[in-house]
Design a protein around this ligand. Structure first.
Ligand code: COA
Ligand code: AMP
Length: 630
């Protein structure tokens, strides 16, 4: 079948299409129907089915003869180790861990926070939760205590599973003090914490609260897979919105299984048994979907890579990993390729490795600039596929469906809508725009299986953030257009979310931190174009009247506050003191105009600006920190 036929088949009979895809999943009880639309515009899928994620990701492969196949390869250039775990071993490890969690009182529906680096134990912890129907929430290791505390208070975990440390190039990340700090800050206290002690740093355990990963599993009964309802939350993953309070995206169990399984062949073109590698982190949605769940559900071997594209030890690491483990399909963020290209523009490292097994490269997470795509295509002599999706959807909205057919690649476009997604470009009033015109990207409801049904404990926010602007549609928060061939182009965010090295961050959250500085009266943070990371945050602060401390000191303190409260991942290194901020007459800060000035782009003088002269002051201030490109 061609892409057009598959998409047409879904359009003409969505219910039949999704029931057919559900056949690939092992159900304890088959669902009687796919879509549940009784509470529209809130939709759910496969609600009356009963199923277990861990069974589908692990046990069934052992039952079906894949027990000795490697499920996970932990390749860690930062510790100089490689470890392989077969499906049979994975089942035993996960069943025991799940049994130990249960013995300590973790039950179906309880939340468990996981705060770990890229070690296989992070995946095992996720699967152990899934095995007993506990709802995990993984927090990215680059977030500091405050961000962790906010998540603890929002999802109220019974337990937290953490590692003693992470290893970043040149430094050990001390997870345990960050965890202790977060628990001290949070109003909610977990019953207990499980600490995986790494060789690189052993953490001190708090008696009565902390248990050792190995010791607490001693003598427990392994847990069997617990069936859950189709709409049971598989996990909560927090993502950045407009404010400092992150959004708890819920992933529904059954739709997640069906959609991810479908995507492995149809989008990523791998067959069971193939080696698949998504070079991301378990703390992000790419890590959830394409390091942990999808490859395992589909019976692939997944690589858990603990390193960076450059510097661990060099710009050839990616190619070495692909050659060593025979990767067929590879997925990363464009930033990673920009980092490699900067160090190895001629691809000399590439030629040192046998990449004959590698067929295709996929990019997502941020805009894939044509330079990077063309460079990768030239160097690797393989198709390089851009595709577009979000934490909220959990799997691609638009892609080149290589496993169905490789459509002509248009550089700059993530290609076409996947089945389940009907994409529209709307103007501010919600009117459909003609082909080729730029507008808000919206997806006609219902969203397909696997996408978020709502936000954790925040239905009103869910409706306001995604459903209210364009009734009948899901608002993606991205702006773009569709060309005459139906190819989509993603141009920008329509909100205050920025994308730094493929990491989704909220400028609003950074502003909230800066506003707490005792000398700061008002602040704005914008995303400025960066050659390597795509965007970088830059802060503007106006000081409280009468403050006359050196500006450099205040800026240094601001930078330290963001690193301390949000974490190093915010990459907040630049700020400048200004007398005032440009605003509309109604008091709205003109962040988009400021960002255009910083990027040296032409901008229209906003008609409602209260004093145009401020824009010159902003340009001058940006020059002092090396940002205004005129
Ligand atoms: N735990 C603790 N700290 C972390 C971390 C983690 N898991 N991940 C990143 N950090 C820290 C980094 O050490 C760095 O700290 P520093 O300010 O002390 O140097 C900071 O957060 C910023 O990290 P990052 O934005 O990743 O920048 P970098 O300079 O370390 O590396 C790249 C740049 C391009 C090599 C890197 O961003 C990369 O590999 N990107 C790939 C994109 C990716 O995986 N995206 C995920 C979504 S698909
Ligand atoms: P996240 O939820 O972290 O996956 O980030 C999702 C956001 O990243 C999207 O809403 C886009 O703004 C951006 N993004 C993801 N993939 C792409 C892509 N292929 N092209 C452009 N932007 C993208």
């Amino acid at each position: 079948m061609s892409y057009a036929e598959v998409y047409g088949r879904w359009q003409s009979d969505p219910e039949g299409f999704w029931m057919e895809q559900a056949e690939a999943i092992d159900w304890v009880k088959k669902p009687s129907k796919a879509l549940w639309d009784e509470n529209a515009p809130l939709y759910e899928w496969y609600v009356d089915g009963e199923v277990n994620t861990c069974w589908n990701a692990v046990d069934r492969h052992v039952e079906n003869g894949r027990g000795s196949q490697v499920a996970l390869i932990h390749d860690s250039p930062v510790t100089g180790t490689v470890q392989k775990i077969t499906y049979a071993e994975l089942r035993n490890r996960v069943a025991l861990l799940a049994g130990a969690l249960r013995a300590r009182g973790v039950e179906k529906g309880d939340r468990v926070i996981i705060y770990m680096p890229m070690v296989p134990q992070a995946i095992e912890a996720m699967l152990a939760c899934a095995r007993i129907g506990a709802i995990h929430s993984v927090v990215f290791g680059g977030f500091a205590s405050h961000e962790l505390a906010v998540r603890i208070d929002d999802c109220k975990p019974r337990a937290i599973i953490a590692a003693s440390c992470g290893v970043e190039p040149g430094r050990v990340v001390h997870y345990k003090p960050l965890l202790d700090g977060a628990i001290a800050q949070a109003a909610h206290k977990p019953d207990f914490c499980v600490i995986f002690q790494r060789e690189q740093e052993v953490a001190e355990l708090e008696p009565g609260r902390d248990v050792d990963w190995h010791a607490f599993q001693y003598g427990v009964e392994p847990a069997e897979c617990v069936p859950v309802a189709g709409n049971h939350p598989a996990y909560i993953l927090y993502t950045s919105g407009t404010t400092g309070q992150p959004k708890g995206v819920i992933r529904p169990t059954a739709g997640h299984l069906v959609a991810l399984n479908w995507s492995m062949k149809n989008v990523y073109n791998v067959d069971p048994g193939d080696v698949f590698w998504a070079a991301s982190d378990v703390g992000w949605v790419v890590g959830h979907s394409y390091i942990c769940y999808a490859p395992l559900i589909h019976g692939n071997t997944s690589i858990v890579f603990e390193g960076k594209p450059v510097g661990t030890p060099d710009a050839g690491t990616y190619w070495r990993v692909m050659a060593d483990h025979g990767v067929r399909s590879f997925f990363t963020a464009p930033t990673a390729f920009r980092a490699v290209k900067r160090e190895d523009p001629q691809g000399e490292f590439i030629r040192k490795h046998d990449l004959s097994k590698l067929e295709i490269v996929y990019l997502a997470g941020e805009r894939a600039d044509p330079d990077t795509i063309n460079w990768a295509k030239r160097m690797l002599d393989k198709p390089v596929i851009d595709h577009w999706w979000q934490t909220e959807t959990g799997w691609p909205i638009a892609a080149n469906p290589v496993g169905i057919e490789l459509l002509p690649v248009k550089v700059g476009s993530p290609s076409v809508a996947m089945p389940g997604y009907e994409i529209h470009i709307l103007d501010e009033a919600g009117k459909e725009l003609p082909r080729g015109e730029l507008g808000a990207i919206a997806v006609k409801l219902p969203l397909p299986p696997g996408t978020l049904p709502t936000l954790w404990n925040a239905e009103a926010r869910f409706r306001k953030s995604y459903l209210d602007t364009f009734p009948g549609y899901y608002e993606t928060g991205d702006a773009g257009m569709i060309d005459e061939d139906g190819y989509l182009y993603i141009m920008a965010r329509t909100d205050d979310v920025i994308n730094v090295a493929g990491h989704r961050l909220s400028t609003g959250a950074m502003e909230e931190v800066l506003a707490n500085h005792p000398d700061v009266a008002e602040t704005a943070v914008i995303g400025v174009h960066d050659e390597l990371k795509g965007q970088l945050p830059v802060g503007f602060v106006c000081l409280t009247k009468g403050v006359n401390r050196p500006h450099e000191d205040i800026v240094k303190e601001c930078v330290a506050m963001v690193r301390d409260q949000i974490g190093p991942v915010a990459a907040f290194k630049s700020a400048v003191v200004v007398d005032r901020l440009p605003k509309t007459r109604s008091g709205k800060i003109l962040r988009a105009t400021m960002a255009k000035i910083a990027d040296g782009e032409a901008y229209k003088m906003p008609a409602t600006i209260d004093d145009p002269a401020i824009l010159d002051e902003i340009a001058a201030a940006l020059k002092t920190i090396g940002f205004a490109r005129s």
